[in-house]
Write a protein that binds this ligand. Sequence first.
Ligand code: NAD
Length: 472
Amino acid sequence: MQVYEKLYIDGKWVMPSSTTGIEVTNPTNEQIIGKVPAGGTSDVDLAVSAAKKAFPIWSKSSIEERINILNSLSNEIKERTEELAQTITAEVGTPIEYSRMAMVGTPRVVTRSYAKILENFEWEEEVRNSLIVKEPIGVCAFITPWNFPLHQIIGKVAPALAAGCTMILKPSKEAPLNAFLLAEIMDKIGLPKGVFNLVSGHGSEIGEYMSKHSGVDMVSFTGSTNAGIRVSQAAAPTVKRVTLELGGKSANVALKDADPILVGKMAISGCYQNSGQTCSALTRLIIPSEMKEEVCQVIISRIERYTAGDPLDENTRCGPMVSLKQQESVSNYIQTGINEGATLLSGGLGMPDNLDSGFFVKPTVFADVSPEMTIWKEEIFGPVLVIATYESEEEALSLANDSIYGLSGAVWSASQEKAINFAKEMRTGQVSVNGGHFNVSAPFGGYKMSGNGRELGLQGLEEFLEVKSIQL
Ligand code: NAD
């Protein structure tokens, strides 16, 4: 059991205002594996005042000091890779190899990328008779989800540290344990007290309170679109900056000259990463009607590689859903797809054959999905791939853009140039062309109801800066 009784505020581990806790469940075996405090509003007040007090110090820290802190943070994450990966696999159910690589490896590299960005960042520039100065925005509140828990935390913490901001983090209640390990790391690397504060608790209570707090200058939220809307509403009266990283229903489009075998193979991994619990998952596969048979054959022949299983088994590629609630929600969507008349190619309702406990679902594929169906429109957040066909490439584009979301996407073509042109027409924040890999230095964020603002890279740093013009 990993039990944390204290919160990390002002450089110290302190008892929370209430003794209520939040239990953490391992979704693979349904056992309680940890407990963290359910912090209250007075704990948030303490954390905000610590962050406010630390701001004049950290905002004036030298660039060299910030680079050293970011490099130490990255080194410590590397040092504790196995512990962090095991913790995240235990609380989220992510297959262990993917945990090491994506859940811990990516935040380590993101942290280092901000040390690098700082080496050459221009804080001042002259424009005619003005000196333009970039300054840290102030005290930031971070509200994060469970699906890539440490990555989503570091996507905020690393650029905020680089910018000179101070912060209060509220991790998700499903996967908070990695955030406590991170606080231990922050304590060790010599960050001035009050720069980083951790208050765990319930979103509807302290998440909303942080969003409306007059001592907070910016709230950066990652999670569901509904909670993001609540955060924006709560933040509006204080006119603080709000950045939102929300849901997605991303399109994976094969143009007519694409290789059907490659499209079929990559469609599965693009959708089922982290057991489908990925905001940027490529969940809508859009293929020419004449390619349907071949692509579906490839998918069916390869899907057993994603048979759900124990995430601690090095060969498992699909683990459980994070919670009973998520298992029920994904199962309801599978039922809805069946009711709406989509063709079930693989998977379906019930537990996978080899398992009788844990919050598992069967990796599922539906073909003949049309735009009025719920499973086409709504984010399922599980291993459910939906396939639609098109006749013309104009129709393919209109299907790709037929979503309230616009977070990610992919396009496949024998011609790189044609694929790039198609990518430019997609109303979405990221597009992979012919399998182009995720880049930690490229901005990540959404169009439409997938959010506002960008994380990662230079743009991710600029979100944490104010811009001042000094006229000379
Ligand atoms: P969620 O919205 O339920 O919770 C996210 C965080 O918000 C948690 O810390 C939660 O406690 C808090 N919260 C909940 N209600 C709140 C409120 N009213 N006010 C303030 N905070 C509140 O989301 P989740 O289930 O943890 O995560 C899944 C969702 O996150 C999916 O929709 C997914 O697409 C999205 N997501 C988006 C990105 C991205 O970068 N765009 C990344 C990961 C996840």
